[in-house]
Write a protein that binds this ligand. Structure first.
Ligand code: SAH
Ligand code: SF4
Length: 345
């Protein structure tokens, strides 16, 4: 058995290709340490020791969608809703740039208040701070994606969540896997760097479907892949899953590093929610990016996609320096460049 895993890892490292049965073998095996160590080596060789920081601004928790897994779904009446004025968002981004962030990630629910005009203005103002801008604001039309790209947005994050169509359509009422894929195609066509990814541990998700997700992400091909464990939120109607899927999420991430050696891979916040050292562990299993929270403290507790989110009592400044110290503790350093995928290779 041990021999077989080495032959799969050898094939992954030398060809960046595995067929579905080999991916399944890696997902099922308990010899995780071997996969993690191979992914860490590949990360070091292809994207180096620098860690790219992306400042995350959670600017609105209003959402017109009703995803069964998410605490911000429109059906959750317990959420105190907030949205920041365009100028407040720009000011926060300016502060983040002053703390040395080279990328600003603007994330929200799908909030119709932010029209094309408002959003384009926010993007073009932030671009003046000489940072890359990433959007994570959900499903839009081609025209909207085009306007934001023309306003200066560099990257777009839209997780596919799962490529199991039956599961996707069940978990996302009123949405469809086909439209999600259409969005990712539009984003790619418009020249954004494409970030996507999945949640691991969704009720009803199978290991087979995760193997297909990995193949799909490679086929796009994504410039960035974010893998987060699913965390049950009690104010949502989704079925509760037992167990902690931290290790499996880590493994999906490590396999993606083997198959796409030079992409950007974040150590996700959800990983740290399940394990107090989750992000540092992820950085040693293939990840090269961290997305610290740059939202003002007062709003953080209301952006509760899932419970137990880290850093909700901390300030943007605290998070910026806390993460740098953590990164240094594993002998890695914060990158000074904007960290485009294209410049990694
Ligand atoms: N509205 C945008 C961005 C905000 S949601 C969008 O949906 O794309 C950002 C991510 O949070 C989602 O892509 C999903 O993968 C993740 N998420 C939602 N609910 C979650 C949960 N219960 N546990 C873990 N991650 C969750
Ligand atoms: Fe809205 Fe995104 Fe949450 Fe779905 S995952 S309910 S789109 S914030």
């Amino acid at each position: 058995m041990t021999k077989y895993i080495y032959s799969i890892l050898y094939k992954a490292v030398s060809t960046c290709n595995l067929d579905k049965s080999e991916i399944l073998y890696l997902l099922k095996t308990e010899e995780n340490a071997k996969i993690f160590s191979a992914a860490d080596k590949v990360r070091k060789e292809h994207v180096g020791d620098k860690v790219h920081l992306r400042a995350l601004i959670e600017f609105s928790n209003y959402c017109k969608q009703n995803c069964l897994y998410c605490g911000l779904r429109r059906g959750n009446a317990k959420v105190t809703r907030y949205r920041l004025d365009p100028q407040e968002i720009i000011n926060l981004a300016k502060k983040a740039a002053e703390y040395g962030y080279k990328t600003i990630v603007l994330q929200s629910g799908e909030d119709l208040y932010y029209t094309i005009d408002r959003m384009s203005k926010i993007i073009s103002e932030i671009k003046k701070f000489d940072t890359a801008v990433t959007l994570s604001i959900g499903e839009k039309t081609f025209e909207e994606y085009k306007a934001y790209r023309e306003a200066g947005a560099d990257r777009y994050l839209l997780r596919i969540e799962t490529t199991d169509e039956v599961l996707y359509d069940k978990l996302n009422p009123g949405m469809s896997l086909k439209n999600r894929m259409r969005c990712l195609e539009d984003i790619k066509r418009l020249g954004y760097e494409v970030g996507s990814g999945i949640m691991v541990g969704l009720p009803g998700q199978t290991i087979e479907s995760i193997a297909k997700d990995i193949i799909y992400l490679k086929s796009i091909p994504v410039d960035m892949a974010g893998i987060g464990p699913f965390i049950y939120h009690p104010d949502t109607p989704i079925e509760k899953t037992e167990g902690n899927c931290f290790e499996l999420a880590l493994k999906v991430m490590a396999i993606l590093r083997l198959l796409m050696p030079d992409i950007n891979i974040p150590a996700t916040t959800a990983m740290e929610t399940l394990n107090p050292n989750g992000r540092l562990i992820a950085l040693q299993c293939g990840a090269n990016v961290v997305m610290p929270n740059a939202t003002e403290t007062a709003y953080r507790k209301h952006y509760e996609i899932y419970p137990g989110k880290i850093c909700i009592g901390d300030s943007p400044k605290h998070c910026r320096f806390c993460i740098e110290n953590k990164i240094k503790s594993i002998n890695r350093n914060v990158a000074e460049s904007k960290g485009y995928h294209r410049s990694n290779s």
